[in-house]
Design a protein around this ligand. Structure first.
Ligand code: ADP
Ligand code: MG
Length: 255
């Protein structure tokens, strides 16, 4: 039986090797030019496909992480952030803390790069194969509050509990009522000791009690969060303010 390109392409398509199927002639052409052995030809195709599948997985995980924007650690200009050294940033980038289920608290006033840093670490983790989920505190409380009522919230909570890294942005931005504090405690307790959490906040943990309300629950929550934690203080002027676009081009009155 004469095997045609179309027959091979159909088999490839059946096996979900879609891009190889479409570009089969090019693969054959390259392999002929390189005088590939049978093994080398097969290896070329399989490597292409495994790389493609890996890339797709990363894209899917990036989408599921629901970052508000995608900025990487490479985009983070360490020279603009005096309170973090290049060495510390590299240490964070290695993600040993994530393997050891450490939490991070990124503290500082608005605009200093807390969210950017959290997202950058999240993207790094995704490229290393971890499942990451980003959520603002308000959205988290909403999801916890309505998980028994809406399928969407239920999915969010399930995904959070399944993640290797959870990023909670702007924690303690709002006061919680008793029911919300209970739900938040329950949630932290479920992640405790197995999932890393990165918190960003403009208030230090010592002030969180004011917003959680109940002192007993506050202690229980903090106990679990700070069992293994690194607190990183970011400061300086707001990067947004320093790098804002201006209408007049210059703020100097002499020009
Ligand atoms: P916040 O601390 O309020 O969470 P963000 O992380 O959202 O601030 O930073 C505000 C903006 O400034 C973002 O667009 C972020 O990318 C940018 N930014 C802040 N710090 C840096 C930095 N060191 N290098 C590059 N961009 C930065
Ligand atoms: Mg922020």
């Amino acid at each position: 039986m004469r095997i045609t390109n179309e027959m091979v392409q159909q088999k490839l398509a059946e096996l979900q090797f879609k891009e190889v199927s479409v570009s089969l002639s090019e693969f054959i052409h390259t392999s002929e030019k390189e005088q590939d052995s049978y093994q080398a030809f097969l290896y070329r195709i399989l490597s292409f496909e495994t790389k493609r599948r890996e890339d797709n997985k990363v894209l899917k995980r990036l989408k599921l992480a629901s970052f508000p924007y995608q900025k990487t650690l490479e985009d983070f200009r360490i020279e603009e952030q005096q309170s973090l050294s290049t060495k510390q940033l590299n240490q964070l980038r290695e993600l040993t803390w994530l393997e050891q289920a450490y939490n991070l608290i990124l503290l500082g006033p608005p605009g200093v790069g807390k969210t950017h840093l959290a997202i950058g670490l999240g993207i790094e983790a995704i490229y290393r194969g971890y499942k990451v989920m980003f959520l603002a505190m308000g959205a988290l409380v909403r999801a916890l509050n309505t998980q028994d009522i809406t399928r969407k919230s239920q999915t969010i909570v399930k995904r959070l509990l399944n993640a290797d890294l959870v990023i909670i942005d702007d924690i303690m931005y709002m006061a919680m009522d008793q029911q919300e504090a209970n739900l938040f405690f329950h949630f932290i307790n479920q992640l405790y000791d197995r999932t890393s959490i990165v918190f960003t906040s403009n208030k230090g943990p010592e002030e969180w009690g004011e917003l959680i309300g109940d002192p007993g629950i506050t202690t229980a929550i903090l106990d679990r969060i700070i069992h293994r934690v690194e607190v990183i203080h970011l400061n300086g002027d707001s990067y947004r303010m320093k790098n804002r676009s201006t209408i007049f081009g210059s703020i100097s009155v002499h020009e």
